[in-house]
Every structure is written in C-alpha cells, then in structure tokens.
Design a protein around this ligand. Structure first.
Ligand SMILES: Cc1ncc(C[n+]2csc(CCOP(=O)(O)OP(=O)(O)O)c2C)c(N)n1
Ligand SMILES: [Mg+2]
Length: 334
C-alpha cells in the first residue's frame, strides 16, 4: 500500500537504504526477542513491533542524538532507531548486567540518556505528560532540542493525552507527538471505543497542526516528520503525526491474537513495510544490498542474543542501587 509515488533520486535511494538497514535490524531484534521467550530468558512480557518498523525508522532518523525520545511498552524499535546499542538492550530484556538500566528495568522500561532515550513506559499515555514536562524544561533552558513522544492509538483515550497536548500548545513547546495507530489497544479495536474523528482531529481541536500518513510507507513517514520537526525547530510549537499501521504479531509475545480473523492478518502481511522497501530497492537495481542488510542484521542480533545469554545477572550487593527508595519495606502498612 504505497501512498504516493516517490521520485527516486540518488538521495532518496540512499535514504531508503538507510531505512531498510534500520528496519531489518528492528525486525531481527524482535525476532530474537520472541525466540528468547521459548528459552524463558525474558521474565515478563515483551511487546513486539513487527510490522511497525517504518514508523520507528521514518521518525527517529530525523532526530538528532541529543533530541529526546519517549516511547511506550512497544519500544524496542524506537529505541534502536534512536541509536541505542542492541547488546545492551538484549541484556536489559534478559535482566543482565550491562543492560541499558543495569538489567533492572527490562523491556518496558529501557532508558538510555546517552542517545536521548528518556524511556519506554509501561503505563499507557504516561509518556505524553512526561514529554510535555521534558519539553518545558528544554524551553526554559533555551535549548534547541526537540522532544519526540511516540504513543499508541489506545493512549489517546487517557487523560495524559489531553493534559500533555494542552500544556505543549499553551506553552508553545518543542514536541513532536506521534500516534502509532495500529488499530488495536491490546485485544480491542480502538475505533470501537474512540469518540469523534480520531487522533489528528483531537490534536487539531487544540490548535496543533497534524499530518496523517500511511505509517507503513517509510518515505511518507520520513517526509512528514522532516516537515514537522523543521517547524518545531523554527519555534512553531508542537506538531502531531498520525501514522496508520498494523501489528503483525500478537499484542505480547505470548498472545496468539485469536481476536483477529486469520484472513485479516494474512492480508496485512501484504503491506509489510519491509517488503515494500525491498520492492523499491529491487526496482532501483539494488537487489544485492537487501541480502547484505538482512544478513548483517541477523548476525548482529544473534550475536547480541548469545552474548546477553552468557552475561551474568547483576551482583546481589547491587540489587538495591539505582532503584527507587521506597523507604523501609517493614513498615506497619505491610
Ligand atoms: C494506564 C494503563 N492502562 C492499561 C494498561 C494495560 N495495557 C497495556 S498495553 C495496552 C494497549 C495499549 O494500546 P495502544 O496505546 O494502542 O498501544 P499498542 O499496544 O497498540 O502499541 C493496555 C490497555 C496499561 N499498561 N496502562
Ligand atoms: Mg494500538
């Protein structure tokens, strides 16, 4: 499903190749993460972003390293595209030493301030309010950074969506809000529980300019993000990107997704964003680099998997360092 014909200049092709490399890295990371569930290496859930890679790549490749990213429970792709190291991420998933958060955060709480990744978030929509706060701090400090906040279509029905967008608009803050609309909030089709005309309409109702794109078309996501980020950097205040996509796997690695007809999922595989990019690369005579990029991604993620599995757990004496102080757990209330 290509939304617009793209003039394939050399520049476009270079960019396309860059996206392809990133998207196959994300896919390979997610496949390895799913594989690790069989070996019980991840204690807890993971939320794969297979099928949604074009949004991670199309958005994040337009951010500078010190721009700030906030993500969701489905954040592996965003985090990789922002520049985090795959081995550190795999270690974090497995709860090992050397993970981005020392192995104490896990899949839904990866943060890596070194690459501007302020955090994934297991609380739906909570990142939207945090993004407004981060952007306010940036504005007060007079910095030029942009905050990018990615959230799902389910998140727009929670309070922090209203609070975050309102605050960002009122204070003209440098935030790009990205709604990754995969049509579902867990097992529920979001259109059955969303009033009005959806994410973009809600943003526009608060005076925030919005662009709606096919989120499986990486060049469309890239072009829209470029335009929106440029407006934000020029001091224009918040902007909104609404990107349509589909998650090709279950909600979590353990979800067989029986609430969706098999035919629907098969049909959506035909829109696989990676297959679309590869078709464009083939048309442009770049067949060879497809295999090279896929092999490099497989090697990288299998290596990360193997090293992470061999890495020890954090030492017991560090169990309480870098974690929130909740006081004495022996208080009467318990
Ligand atoms: C405040 C809150 N309510 C409920 C949940 C349980 N939950 C986890 S993911 C999810 C669905 C979120 O849907 P969406 O925002 O569209 O993101 P997607 O999973 O589709 O990427 C829900 C309800 C949660 N984590 N936080
Ligand atoms: Mg969703």
């Amino acid at each position: 499903m290509l939304t617009a014909p793209h003039a394939q200049t050399n520049l476009d092709l270079q960019r396309l190749s860059e996206h392809h490399r990133m998207m196959v890295r994300i896919r390979a990371f997610e496949e390895a993460a799913l594989e690790s569930l069989n070996e019980k290496l991840v204690l807890g859930a993971i939320h794969p972003s297979i099928g949604q890679e074009a949004i991670a790549s199309g958005v994040c490749l337009n951010l500078e390293q010190d721009d700030v990213l906030l993500s969701t429970h489905r954040g592996h792709g965003h985090t990789l595209a922002k520049g985090a190291d795959s081995l550190a991420m795999m270690r974090e998933l497995f709860g090992r030493d050397g993970g981005n958060c020392g192995g104490k955060g896990g899949s839904m709480h990866i943060a890596d301030f070194g690459v501007g990744m302020l955090g994934a978030n297991g609380v739906v929509a909570a990142n939207i309010a945090i993004a407004a706060g981060a952007a306010h701090a940036i504005k007060l400090k007079g910095e030029r950074k942009v905050v990018c906040c990615i959230f799902g279509d389910g998140a727009i029905n929670r309070g922090p969506f209203l609070e975050g967008l309102n605050w960002a608009k009122v204070f003209n803050l440098p935030v790009l809000f990205v709604c990754e609309d995969n049509g579902f909030a867990a097992t529920t089709r979001t259109r059955t529980m969303t009033a009005g005309d959806g994410p973009s309409a809600r943003a526009r109702s608060m005076g925030i300019p919005a662009i709606e794109v096919d989120g499986n078309d990486v060049l469309a996501v890239d072009a829209a993000t470029q335009e929106l980020v440029a407006a934000i950097r020029a001091g224009g205040g918040p902007r909104f990107l609404h990107a349509h996509t589909y998650r090709l796997t279950g909600h979590t690695g353990a979800d067989p997704a029986l609430y969706r007809p098999k035919e629907e999922v098969e049909q959506r595989w035909l829109d696989d964003p990676i297959a679309q990019v590869e078709a464009m690369l083939r048309d442009a005579g770049r067949e060879a680099e497809i295999g090279d990029a896929r092999k490099a991604a497989q090697d990288e993620m299998q290596e990360a998997y193997r090293h992470a599995k061999e890495t020890p757990f954090p030492a017991v004496e560090h169990a309480l360092s870098d974690v929130q102080d909740i006081g004495d757990p022996r208080v009467e209330a318990f």
